[in-house]
Write a protein that binds this ligand. Sequence first.
Ligand code: NAP
Length: 261
Amino acid sequence: MDLSRYGPWAFIAGGSEGVGASFARSLAAGGINLVIAARKREAIQALAAELRQAFGVEVRELPINLCAVDMLRQVEVATRDIEIGMLICNAGAENSLSPFLDRKPGRAEMMIALNVTVPTQLAYHFGSGMRERRRGGIIIVGSNSCHAGAPRQVVYSAAKAYQFNFAEGLWAELRPHDVHVLGLILGLTNTPNLARTGFKFEMAAGLVMSEPDDVVRQGFEYLGREPIHCIGGWTERWRQLRGLPRGEAMAMVGHGVGTKT
Ligand SMILES: NC(=O)c1ccc[n+]([C@@H]2O[C@H](COP(=O)([O-])OP(=O)(O)OC[C@H]3O[C@@H](n4cnc5c(N)ncnc54)[C@H](OP(=O)(O)O)[C@@H]3O)[C@@H](O)[C@H]2O)c1
């Protein structure tokens, strides 16, 4: 796969494991240098060492909480001397299934920061350079929880709905400037974070658990072609959901919501 139009550097928000680490490996294999941002310093260090060794690319490690108030300043300092041609906004999973009012204060704001504020600020920060250069890519990793309000994931599903429309609108605005945008909308995906949550899911008919490498492969396949790509058997389901009464749509989305073991 020729990824050169997305170089020379990519910035991955949430790149230490799972889908983010798969993106890092694919981009590095394509000769793209990386800035990997996530909280776990050791995980970033290990991945960075692996990628330098395997692919000879440069990797900058950025241990950061993306919800920090000075997030953008830290990102700016880490990247001011390099050209970011690809932005991957990956961090943002839901780790708890509990009612909105029973959550700790601040939890909702954190979810909004990670899924709404951070992708918006990063796309604004890096997008103008891409538009000027008339090349680049932005991938927003969303969730199929976005298609209808989801009980026990109230803020998550709302924030993911923002990402869906954000990616779609940005796709239309940047397309004439040859900058590719994709809302990559995941179903259940076998990430270390999902395993840590201990959620147990019953998969509805037609839905599958995806692997991070496959998600990334599909991401690059659809980037530049479509504004949105839903994964894990959700493309048809999503179209179906749009025509349903909201109660039925919510039940369909709720179908994938599991219980803690
Ligand atoms: N896994 C699924 O079944 C599933 C389903 C639908 C959608 N998705 C979407 O796929 C994306 C990835 O999900 P995931 O399961 O891999 O879990 P995740 O918790 O979003 O973790 C992904 C990456 O983000 C980093 N991260 C998380 N919170 C961060 C923070 N506050 N600051 C900096 N980095 C942070 C993590 O590393 P650190 O812990 O080191 O910070 C990790 O590298 C999310 O957007 C999620 O909504 C996942």
